[in-house]
Design a protein around this ligand. Structure first.
Ligand code: ADP
Ligand code: MG
Length: 623
């Protein structure tokens, strides 16, 4: 085209497209879900803008916030059209090619090893999945702030943009035209598309229409002669075969105009989805399968794994809202990588059914960012800016309730897990239906345990609740995970403190001289082997009125021994000499201790100093 401007794809995007084009991946269906998801996002955006400025919606058909799918069997074109926010020329250039999203290279890397194309949406590059089925794609878009433009590419490293002077005006929104490859002919079948929308786009909150054919019976007028013939025939046949026919029917037959019935194909928009939001339904009426599917669509996680838990509730009172929270089956790889820099809440915020934002950090504290879900509030105001909303006083209440519900939900994973019940000697919890729940808490802990620890550090209000969720191994846990409650239930009579030791790994800790005596006397000691545990124990001072005692630190009390005083007295000279010999900058004190058994002596950290393990961690961080 004469007015087309040419652009090259950003290098990573180009590589991604190559991978997609050459992929032997069999599940090509996913492109439709990605396009519908983009259309839905674009509709969310315009609906949000319309809250504060009705004008943006325009008038007539432009106000209809829907998605339309159309087929052209002859030209082999599948098109998806939305009346969303649309893209300006600038948007088209940036969003579809020249600026790589942060997830692009991560996804490319993944795909080169053993990646699953199914996860493309999670990496923010779902659009390019169109090249699974098309060899040429046109994106026609009209944004309120610009003229209508066409983006087009054959995925050959370049794309072109032209001002659109030949297509019909869209009014507003985007139409994506896929020129399907020969082997993708199945996507020209209406039934295939209907199935896909049902399967993948069930929870889209805008109506999705298909321009669908329908075989209809039409009455067409017939010639005079013909019709009289036919009339005779029908009359005679009804007399012969159905004598019992009612009088009225016969009357109707007689009055029938002179027409005949023929089959004809007509086209009309057929609605493919039910737009009733799942969170507005009564939780009792929503099936497990529906929650699972809803989770998949919300998290863009189509891995077929079930979420570990969910909680669907309505909060009433001063602040009213509905929420659905999920614990995903797996933690994303980068969950803790940018923990302190990135605020990546995974909750979607709706106000009275209108999507507001999925980057609302005020809803959950950082340590719960691994949860997915949504909140729909009736209390928050609709027609204010995001910034104003962020400061709204109701948010505090919402956050508080969400945390409470989230922690309850996590605790329930443990409560319903037969493995956990066994560890707690609650045998009555076991029954056949719990099979699915078996080992779920250990799974949760492996994926998200660190988040619970970060929670203990950050959230003083819920520290005790979070501490209940803590799991660890100990000298008595026999390679399994155990909890503080279980530890307490095993404490020896007279034992006041909860004992723990920190170090790089369990094997090394098992050999520690600090444990000799404790083990011999039958005391249980917790192993903390994660670097974050050192920080954790600076915040977790006590649990159920029991203090924590690091057994490698000063202050270990194992019950008084009558000989203690005597021993101290008789070694007085030795300890004095020793302290002098080591010089005061090396040690604070030299003491007779009852913490050892075979080892003659050991270096103990002072109560408020860093443990040897902490020194090691700090060293590795500064190096
Ligand atoms: P994501 O949806 O995760 O952002 P995609 O690769 O699916 O990633 O889409 C890239 C970007 O292109 C979107 O963020 C959006 O800005 C733009 N886009 C795609 N489809 C549409 C559409 N139908 N309407 C408006 N913008 C769109
Ligand atoms: Mg997308």
């Amino acid at each position: 085209r004469s007015n087309a401007e040419k652009f090259e794809f950003q290098a990573e995007v180009s590589r991604l497209m190559d991978i997609i084009i050459n992929s032997l991946y069999s599940n090509k269906d996913i492109f439709l879900r990605e396009l519908i998801s983009n259309a839905s996002d674009a509709l969310d955006k315009i609906r949000f803008l319309a809250l504060t400025d009705k004008e943006v919606l325009g008038e007539g058909d432009n106000t209809k916030l829907d998605i339309q799918i159309k087929l052209d069997k002859e030209k082999k074109i599948l098109s998806i059209r939305d009346r969303g926010i649309g893209m300006t020329k600038e948007d088209l250039i940036k969003n579809l090619g020249t600026i790589a999203k942060s997830g692009t290279s991560a996804f490319v890397e993944k795909m080169q090893t053993s990646g699953d194309l199914n996860l493309i949406g999670q990496f923010g590059v779902g659009f390019y999945s169109v090249y699974l089925v098309a060899d040429y794609v046109e994106v026609i878009s009209k944004h309120n702030d610009d003229k209508q433009h066409v983006w087009e590419s054959k995925a050959d490293g370049a794309f072109a943009i032209s001002e659109d002077t030949w297509n019909e005006p869209l009014g507003r929104g985007t139409e994506i035209r896929l020129h399907l490859r020969d082997e993708a002919g199945e996507y020209l079948e209406e039934n295939k598309l209907k199935d896909l929308v049902k399967k993948y786009s069930e929870f889209i909150n805008f109506p999705i229409y298909l321009w669908a054919s329908k075989e209809v019976d039409v009455e067409v007028p017939t010639d005079e002669d013909e019709s009289s013939d036919e009339e005779e025939k029908t009359e005679s046949s009804s007399e012969e075969e159905e004598e019992s026919e009612k009088d009225e029917d016969e009357d109707a037959e007689e009055k029938k105009p002179k027409t005949k019935t023929v089959k004809e194909t007509t086209y009309d928009w057929e609605l493919l989805n039910d737009v009733k939001a799942i969170w507005l339904r009564n939780p009792k009426e929503v099936t497990d399968e529906e929650y699972t599917k809803f989770y998949h669509s919300l998290a863009k996680d189509f891995s077929d794994e079930k979420p570990l838990a969910w909680s669907h509730f309505t909060a009433e009172g001063d602040v009213e809202f509905k929420a659905v929270l999920f614990v995903p089956p797996k933690a994303p790889q980068d969950l803790y990588e940018s923990y302190y820099n990135a605020n990546k809440s995974n909750l979607k915020l709706y106000v009275r059914r209108v999507f507001i934002s999925d980057e609302f950090d005020e809803l959950l504290p950082k340590y719960l960012n691994f949860l997915k879900g949504l909140v729909d509030s009736d209390t928050l105001p609709l027609n204010v800016s995001r910034e104003m909303l962020q400061q709204h006083s109701s948010l505090k209440t919402i956050k508080k309730k969400l945390i409470r519900k989230a922690l309850d939900m996590i605790r329930r994973i443990a409560d319903e897990d037969p493995d956990e019940a066994k560890a707690n000697d609650k045998k009555d919890v076991e029954d056949a239906s719990d099979d699915e729940k078996k080992g779920q808490y250990a799974k949760f802990w492996n994926e998200f345990g660190k988040s619970i620890k970060l929670g203990i550090i950050e959230d003083a209000t819920n520290r005790n609740r979070l501490a209940k969720l803590l799991r660890f191994e100990s000298t008595k846990s026999d390679g399994k995970l155990t909890s503080l409650d279980q530890y307490i239930s095993r404490m020896k009579s007279g034992q006041k403190d909860i004992f723990y030791i920190t170090g790089p790994n369990k094997e090394q800790l098992e050999k520690s001289p600090f444990l000799e005596r404790l083990k011999k006397k039958g005391y249980e000691v917790i192993f903390f082997t994660d670097p974050v545990d050192e920080y954790l124990m600076q915040y977790l001072m006590d649990y159920e009125d029991k203090k924590f005692q690091n057994v490698s630190k000063e202050g270990l009390k194992l019950g008084k021994d009558s000989k203690d005083k005597e021993l101290k007295e008789s070694f007085k000279e030795l300890t004095k000499w020793w302290k002098g010999a080591l010089a005061s900058e090396n040690v604070d004190d030299v003491k007779v201790s009852n913490r050892l058994d075979n080892t003659p002596c050991v270096v103990v950290t002072s109560k408020y100093g860093w443990s040897a393990n902490m020194e090691r961690i700090m060293q590795s961080q500064t190096l």
